[in-house]
Ligand binder design. Structure first.
Ligand SMILES: Cc1cc2nc3c(=O)[nH]c(=O)nc-3n(C[C@H](O)[C@H](O)[C@H](O)COP(=O)(O)OP(=O)(O)OC[C@H]3O[C@@H](n4cnc5c(N)ncnc54)[C@H](O)[C@@H]3O)c2cc1C
Length: 239
């Protein structure tokens, strides 16, 4: 098995991992950045919208453009090696095992320090039939649509009106799908007005104080039952 000694191993090439890699690289450390995705950038490569946040951290720049800026910066440093399609599969006392999927080869890394920057995983809403094919988390939809160029369906109901729900609804419409409604359990929209207005201009209804009860369909989702909720977020029967 091949062995690789580095000062600093960064696992995950999203904005956190890219920024840490750059900072360490600037200080002269031998850095190895590994990411299991097909390109560096993490969530950024799926974000076609202009980012909100602080001006010092690329607010108003589109997510995938931010990824390009960070990756370009990375290439200036000869002491930084970045590998995509490489998954860390085990961290042991005597080394870190990584699987290079391009070469189909497992190798061992011996880092002085390791940073885990593997991001977050999505939480799913619990409702009857939420495992039917055709029900996706927002991240999966963005990966299929914006990274692999696959539109995952034609007609969508979106649960949740935070920025992610609003942005994904807008991106789906841009890609040619129809968004029937956005369902929001709270009494107000969670995302920014700028994203809400884009959705409203396209005529998508936002149903406040509503939630999903169950998905309909046998082998794939064909519809959904939604209902109104009271102040304690309990479903009001008959609605
Ligand atoms: C729809 C949407 C809109 C957003 N809009 C904004 C916005 O406008 N402004 C803003 O500031 N933030 C926004 N965010 C949030 C922002 O994208 C995230 O906070 C940010 O990407 C988190 O960065 P990260 O580096 O921690 O994780 P991620 O970007 O998730 O990166 C983690 C990386 O780790 C890799 N990885 C995971 N496991 C392994 C492994 N075992 N081995 C190797 N690699 C691995 C993954 O492939 C991935 O590339 C948005 C997020 C979404 C989903």
């Amino acid at each position: 098995m091949k062995n690789k000694k580095v000062d600093f191993l960064v696992v995950g090439g999203g904005p956190a991992g890219l920024s840490a890699t750059l900072e360490a690289g600037k200080r002269g450390l031998r850095v190895l950045l590994v990411d299991e995705g097909i390109q560096l950038g993490g969530q950024l490569v799926k974000q076609t919208h202009k980012f909100f946040g602080h001006e010092g951290t690329y607010a108003s720049v589109r997510g995938f453009e931010i990824a390009k800026i960070l990756v370009k910066e990375l290439k200036k440093y000869k002491n930084i090696e970045a590998r995509t399609m490489t998954s860390v599969i085990g961290i042991y006392e005597d080394g870190v095992l990584a699987w290079d999927r391009k070469e189909n080869e497992v190798f061992r890394i011996e880092p002085e320090y390791t940073l885990i920057a593997t991001g977050a995983s999505e939480k799913y809403v619990t409702f009857e039939n939420n495992d039917l094919p055709g029900i996706y988390g927002a991240g999966a939809v963005q990966t299929l649509m914006n990274q692999f160029g696959v539109l995952p369906g034609e007609n969508f109901l979106i649960i949740g009106s935070g920025n992610i729900g609003l942005i994904v609804a807008y991106q789906l419409i841009q890609a040619g799908a129809s968004v029937k409604a956005i369902v929001e359990i709270a009494d107000k929209v969670g995302g920014y007005v700028v994203h809400l207005n884009k959705i409203r201009r396209l005529g998508v209804p936002v149903l406040l104080k509503h939630t999903i009860v169950r998905a309909l369909g046998d082998n794939r989702v064909e519809g959904a039952v939604i209902a109104e909720v009271d102040e304690s977020y309990n479903i009001i029967p008959g609605t």
